[in-house]
Design a binder for this molecule. Structure first.
Ligand code: ADP
Length: 155
């Protein structure tokens, strides 16, 4: 045990859990989609956050429930408002990488007070751009926590 306490070993075990092994499938829409379409999609796909992409999978923004609620409060025609107007934009998006620990992702969710983080990797065409490959949410973290408690982690 190399002099490690039980708690240190447990912390080490937790930090070995990687984002790539727990990430969920992202639900994405294009910048041109309307707020109305975004609301429908959020219900249909049963997610709390939509990722907005351009050129296939390049991360452009994040649209949460509250973003959609806020934009529905006025008298605008929701079919006429593009989701890109109400989303939070790059570079202000907090992301995580597949090789990062789930613990680091969970810490960012707490620190930045958001419900989810897009899992990204540098785009093949242009490494300055980020491509969305997954989603880490409070549900992901809760599932991992339950697995830990049951002593049956996936990895
Ligand atoms: P909700 O709005 O439903 O409470 P969040 O707490 O996730 O959901 O979102 C709060 C605000 O933060 C929203 O304006 C949303 O666009 C933005 N947001 C959500 N996720 C992220 C993220 N990963 N990085 C930056 N901003 C985000």
């Amino acid at each position: 045990y190399a002099g490690k306490t039980r708690d240190q070993l447990f912390a080490q075990r937790i930090r070995q859990m990687k984002v790539k092994d727990y990430k969920a499938v992202p639900v994405v829409m294009t910048e041109e989609a309307s707020v109305y379409e975004a609301i429908c999609n959020m219900f249909l796909e049963d997610v709390g956050t939509l990722y907005i992409v351009r050129e296939g999978a390049i991360l452009s923004g994040v649209c949460s429930r509250k973003d959609l609620l806020k934009s529905s409060m006025g008298k605008q025609d929701l079919n006429a408002v593009p989701v890109s107007v109400v989303m939070t934009r790059m570079p202000n998006i907090v992301t995580c990488f597949p090789e990062e620990s789930l613990f680091d992702a969970a810490s960012k969710i707490i620190q930045y007070q958001v419900d989810s983080l897009p899992v990204v990797k540098p785009a093949e065409k242009d490494s300055d751009q980020l491509e969305v490959v997954g989603r880490i949410t409070k549900t992901t973290i809760t599932k991992a926590f339950v697995e830990l408690g049951e002593g049956r982690e996936t990895v």
